[in-house]
Write a protein that binds this ligand. Sequence first.
Ligand code: ZN
Length: 407
Amino acid sequence: MTSHVIQYVDTIQDRIVKSLAELVEYPAVSPHEGGEGENRKARFLEKLAQELGLSHIQWHNAPDELAPEGFRPNLVIRVPGKTDKRLWIITHMDVVPEGDRSLWQTDPFKAVIKENRIYGRGSNDNGQELIASLYAAAAMKECNILPEYETYLCFVADEELGSEFGIQYLIEQNLFKEDDLIIVPDGGNDRGDFVEVAEKSILWLQFTVGGQQVHASRPDLGLNACRIANAFATELDKAFHDAFPEEDNLFTPPFSTFEPTRRLPNVGNVNTIPGKETFCFDCRILPSVNVDDVLNVVSQVISPIEKEYGGKIKLTVLQRTDSTPPTPLDAPIVHLLTKAIKAVYSFDPEVGGVGGGTCAAYFRKEDIPAVVWAQEADVAHMPNEYCEIEHLINETKVFALLMAGVE
Ligand SMILES: [Zn+2]
């Protein structure tokens, strides 16, 4: 039965590709970034779902004053199953803006198909998985296979800007239950061999060091902010790594990471001592480490450096997202997805944690197990974003097998 649906998906490749190409032409950029939002795209998807014979479609509209029609749409398509156990495949309709147009070789909102790829904004993030889930449901129907699980395709708004009008809104409406099977296919690699069950906390720190700018030949008259920043960054780097040596093999790498990253430009010429220096740390912190403890280490390092060198060091927290407890490795969705991947790719995926940032975290916060998986090129948010057609078809097969409960 299920090998039949896998073969059938190969025969409808052209229809799947055509629908993803059409989807790209709805530029669902958030109204909070000057875009038109998801409404036109949602109407297109509703019509497409109906054409595919999927008739149980519900709109969950999150009020948003900035949206053209006063709301942000979330579409939920229910596919009846043999049991009342529920499977959710959650993808997002919104896309990020195209960015610098001159970096695009084609129109970002006009799909171009070449070399077995579909180019365009949102073709990869998250249109590829959205269309794969829709055609998985269509293929099951066209093969006359009743899914094992009552399946819900959920197309959400606002993922790129924090999910307030998307998955967070749906969770508030109590749509989900603790024993639901939930997959968020919005992250992965180009082999499709990694299932994400946990995320580290994210902490982005920016430091501004204040000194006094003077001519480089008279350091005695000023205070070199660059030197203070160098000393401080080195101390802080060491203090972080000394304070948090914990390891957790669920994650790659298995330890917390503390990386000095961006430095803002300081002075325009060599012979000026900078009076101000700004730099950042990107910290990805294991769930066993309290983020407040990390911030305490910062305060402990700042004061002795200020005392030794003079000047003022100011901390700005640019982003803080505390981790949630991981989805247990023995959760039913982990087991089901692993079996489906094995059936399509003939390998066992690795199951583990990543550095952070998907909407599966909102489910884990509510104690609802959720996994993240996709087979996709690493081109999300970039110019010339594309979807590899082979990935799209493989994902369609995996989602159909999930619906079928594998076998
Ligand atoms: Zn995404």
